[in-house]
Design a protein around this ligand. Structure first.
Ligand code: ZN
Ligand code: ZN
Length: 199
């Protein structure tokens, strides 16, 4: 799934320089930084907003084969509840643990992440990790009641919402027109009017 030959964007905050670690196994440095999120970090219905903060809290450790990166990346994901369309956002802490092998290292695994010169690119592994964590059907809450199929009212806000008045024969005859030629006739508005008229 990863595309290791993607050109590396040196300006990206997710590209870290390991030059000062040298190749001395055991050398270690801590990276704590807030960097801008790249585009397309997520799936269609929910994801990380491009440019929003990615909080990195990482350890970079020089090991014999390369550089071991471990720690967390915290992002804020935003999207829409698939049932009621309410905007939702959530903080996601992603555990990062990845060995970036030296470019000249003889590693049999073609899938291994590699250092490019002294640079490690966190974006591919962050992308994979975020997508795995995201719900395919995001909900504002597990028992979201969704929207009224008649009028689109949010049933979480109006648990007693119903359209009993539409069984009134006067409205039933009007409802007949609804399916006729695709009129935009709105049942809910008319119901409100009937209540007003009676008062
Ligand atoms: Zn919802
Ligand atoms: Zn309704």
């Amino acid at each position: 799934m990863r595309s290791p030959h993607r050109p590396l964007d040196r300006r990206s905050g997710l590209v870290l320089n390991t030059q000062d670690l040298g190749r001395r196994a055991g050398a270690m440095k801590v990276v704590q930084a807030s960097v801008g999120a790249p585009a397309d970090l997520g799936i269609a219905v929910i994801g990380v907003l491009p440019g929003s903060a990615v909080e990195l809290d990482l350890r970079l450790e020089s090991v014999v084969e390369g550089v071991l990166v471990s720690g967390t990346a915290t992002v804020v994901v935003a999207g829409e509840c698939v049932r009621c369309l309410t905007e939702i956002s959530d903080e996601l802490e992603i555990d990062v643990q990845e060995l970036f092998v030296h470019p000249d290292s003889e590693v049999s695994d073609d899938e291994a992440s590699r250092l490019e010169g002294d640079l490690v690119d966190l974006e591919p592994l962050l992308r994979d990790a975020v997508v795995i964590e995201l719900p395919f059907q995001p909900l504002c809450r597990d028992d979201c009641a969704g929207l009224c199929q008649e009028c689109g009212a949010n049933l979480n806000d109006e648990p007693d919402h119903s359209h009993d008045l539409t069984t009134d024969p006067r409205w039933a005859s009007l409802r007949g027109f609804e399916g006729d030629g695709g009129s935009d006739y709105d049942v809910h508005d008319s119901t409100d009017q009937s209540q007003t008229n009676r008062e």
